[in-house]
Design a protein around this ligand. Sequence first.
Ligand code: CO
Length: 129
Amino acid sequence: MKPTIAHLGIAVTDLDAAASFYRKVLHVPCRGPEEADGARILHLDFGEAEVELLAPMTPDSPIGRFLAKRGPGIHHICYRVADLDASIAACREHGYTLVDEVPRAGANGHRIAFLHPKATHGTLIELTE
Ligand code: CO
């Protein structure tokens, strides 16, 4: 299986206001919100890939801190791989620093791991399977 784009995470201040474009213009199926990592998350279904709108529940959550520093916009991209443990091992082997040394449960309960953005030229990358 070749890797695919699982989702794009977009940081927003107002979930409902941000979702309005997807509902009213694109008519994309929408699921949620659910809560994970201190964020309320709306899942927008684009077929193989999703867009996740992420709104902070508190200012000191990861999304809250991102918004304070960078403002609203693309927060991370998530790639789906065949074998998450093998990809994590490859990160270690080739010196790509991980935020999550061990896979953890992300949104939807899928196993995920984040790489450190300094290791990936400024883009926060999440891996899932
Ligand atoms: Co994500």
